[in-house]
Write a protein that binds this ligand. Sequence first.
Ligand code: ADP
Length: 477
Amino acid sequence: MKNTLLLQKAYLNGSFIDSKDTFTVINPSSQKAIGNLPDLTVKDCKKYIQTAHKAWQSWKDVPVGERAALLRKLYNLINDHKDELAEIMTLESGKPITESLTEVDYSNSFIDWFAEEVKRAYGETIPTLSGNNRMQTIKQGVGVVAAITPWNFPLAMITRKVGPALAAGCTVVLKPASQTPFSAIALAKLVDEAGFPKGVFNVITSKDSKGIGKELATNELVRKISFTGSTGVGSTLMEQAASTIKRISLELGGNAPFLVFDDADIDAAVSGAITGKFRNTGQTCVSINRFYVQEGVYEEFSKKLTKAVSELNVGDGLNKKVQVGPLINEDGLKKVEHHVKDAVDKGATIATGGKRIKGLFFEPTVLTNMAKDSLIAEEETFGPICALFKFKTEEEGIQAANNTPFGLAAYFFSQDVHQCFRVAEKLESGMVGVNTGLVSNASAPFGGVKQSGLGREGSKYGLDEYMEIKYICFGGN
Ligand code: ADP
């Protein structure tokens, strides 16, 4: 198939542009080059911001119905090009093609959701307490939005920001991850075809993440930064954005716990564990990182999980039978090796897997008898490793789960309804999966507490992130 969306260009003011400097994007599965993209500079970034600012002057006044109709056109185009988008995603991220196809639908659900939700961005009429004033509020788009996105969901992390931003009447400068920029350019092609006005959506491709990030975070024409990525970079951006008091949304790292209680349905827990752990080879911010299993079911759960994990099919994502792809790069793989070695050095047993296969592929792994002070207890591994810790009481399990500076997703399995409410309320995380390993969808608020971030994406709250409330007071007489 000739992929008409695979373009070696950046996108500015409604044009696909080149640059004399380029950088190469690698397929992590074959470690071969996919193509080259413009390596744009901080100077280019200033031009991008000015362009988005100019486009905002008219885009903000386009009636909501027209903005929603354009998003609807984009939604249809994404549906029409599902296979091409999924192929690009698998080529540049390595994720299995079945997951890429699911991600295209998931990405598009944000376009659908926000095209509708913006029609209900209601203001209020406020009762007058004394005198004759009349008071009301309206909601308006914040202005130019800078979106910085990671490589693990090359399309969904973009639409989750761009969908509400465009719906709200904001214009966007998007800086996608340099590992997976082709998905962003493919989206730009469809935005272009849908007929959005020039300059409303722009994609800057660059290897200079630091320089571009700093410009986006400090330029006073940018009114909002929306970032998904590591906590360290999020913290830097927050500091940089402080100088111009920008609005900021941060979706950062997690260290998700998964608790299995004594009366859990173990088969369901194993299936939830596979979904919550192995999606995108364990490289998602809501991936389970720490398994806490109550002592009464520890043996049964670890045995059944080990069997299921040893049956996973690892390989090149374009093969439809593959369930687990490669790690994104050598650094990612080294981190996984380091975490496994640390766990084993501290007494863990390898129940299955445990080593690199070849290239960037690592065996799906189960480690049992994890020591409490293992690195995996503290940091995200971002790889196909299930690390099993044992606990005795509910209180001990919750305490271990909460013993982290992060709080994005948490999961647990139990069939005791009272326990379900108790534990869900006590877990310190923005999202809790009860008897499920999958929580994300466009109509629900996605986001973290503690050092996992600020703000929510998706849901009715995801639109508010891109809108200001304006209060208007009409004097009476
Ligand atoms: P990950 O570990 O998922 O790659 P990063 O936080 O490093 O997480 O990257 C997420 C996004 O942030 C990518 O688009 C990356 O290019 C970008 N990025 C990396 N460093 C910086 C920085 N100092 N300022 C702004 N953006 C950055």
